[in-house]
Write a protein that binds this ligand. Structure first.
Ligand code: NAD
Length: 321
């Protein structure tokens, strides 16, 4: 059993991870500011299953507030830092806001780790750091001189800060580069959730870039298992590890799968590519297999069935919100 400080624990991935950690008997402290990037109602709902655990504690404040961090939180065994301003396209409109939360916020947590002698720090990075690098599948030492969005830039900066703190302050820093995560509670701005909402309301969906963009969709429970193994990883002091599915599909294939899953024919509008969007993502996961025993368990098709079940149980999120 570990005492785990988890930032972003009210969000999609964070709340799924928190529930699993709590059910395994860990003590979990969540910091989340319930940001309005998407409807905070969804985050309030995400938190409900966590409240039944006596070993769960919630703090509502912003990770850029260093004073709140140092005053309210005490020593933990591990920091799992998931809170961030997420999303590529909005980062182009708010690069300073993204820098503040994703870089300064991460440094605040690294400072906190240093101050309390917390030796294990797991960070949610992103496949977006590989940018437009055409040589797929991407391995962790692939070229990352192809970044094309402020969001991706902040994730790479945070990885570098992790490297610095690991070197200077003896903190084990594990960055997991996550590849498009999906499943129950998925963020409403991401394609699967967004398209489902529109398809079920019989509204058209917009596909950018002729539907040719390719994504390595990865099921949230596989991501959560990778985090748990990273929390327990002790073999080296700094690692960057891809967590993907290694089975990318095109956007148009995804839409076809959604059509089959929900048994509804989507109306499609095609528009030109969006700035900041990369043409494809594709993870080489050999390092994750070797270091974390990672093996993705859920195919896109099975994961969409699980997502559908969640949609049917949470219809107000899809129909009213
Ligand atoms: N979902 C994906 O496909 C994906 C892919 C790659 C990387 N990631 C990364 O994984 C992490 C989780 O993503 P998610 O999809 O669960 O997003 P999410 O938005 O659902 O979760 C992020 C949580 O962080 C909180 N938060 C944001 N800013 C904060 C701040 N300043 N202080 C405190 N809390 C704050 C939010 O309220 C939210 O609950 C993010 O770091 C994201 O960049 C996600």
């Amino acid at each position: 059993m570990k005492r785990i400080l988890l930032t972003g624990g009210a969000g999609f991935i964070g709340s799924t991870l928190a529930e699993k950690l709590l059910s395994k008997g860990n003590y979990v402290t969540v910091i989340d500011n319930f940001s309005d990037f998407y409807d905070p109602y969804i985050k309030e709902k995400n938190i409900i299953p966590l409240l039944k655990f006596s070993n769960f504690k919630l703090h509502r404040f912003d990770i850029i507030d260093k004073e709140a961090l140092f005053q309210n939180i005490d020593k933990h065994d591990v920091i799992v830092h998931i809170a961030a301003k997420a999303g590529v396209r909005p980062s182009i409109l708010d690069p300073i806001g993204y820098e503040e939360v994703n870089v300064k916020g991460t440094i605040n947590l690294l400072e906190f780790a240093k101050h309390h002698g917390i030796k294990q720090f797991v960070f949610a990075s992103s496949s977006s750091v590989y940018g437009t690098n055409p040589n797929v599948p991407w391995v962790e030492n692939s070229q990352i001189d192809h970044i094309i969005s402020p969001y991706a830039g902040t994730k790479r900066s945070a990885e570098i800060q992790g490297k610095i703190y690991s070197h200077l302050h003896d903190i084990r820093f594990i960055a997991l580069r996550l590849f498009t995560v999906f499943g129950p509670k998925q963020r409403p701005d991401l394609a699967i959730h967004k398209f489902t909402k529109l398809i079920l309301r019989d509204k058209p969906i917009t596909l950018y870039g002729k539907g040719n963009t390719i994504r390595d969709y990865t099921y949230v429970d596989d991501i959560v298992n990778a985090f748990i193994n990273a929390i327990n990883f002790t073999k080296s002091d700094f690692e960057i590890i891809n967590i993907g599915n290694n089975k990318p599909i095109s956007l148009i294939e995804l839409v076809k799968l959604l059509e089959n899953t929900f048994d509804r024919k989507p109306k499609i509008i095609f528009e030109k590519e969006q700035p900041g969007d990369v043409p494809k993502t594709y993870a080489d996961i050999n390092k994750a297999k070797k270091l974390l025993g990672y093996e993705p368990q859920t195919s896109i098709k099975d994961g969409l069935e699980k997502f559908k079940k969640w949609v049917l149980e949470n219809q107000e999120i899809i129909y009213e919100k």
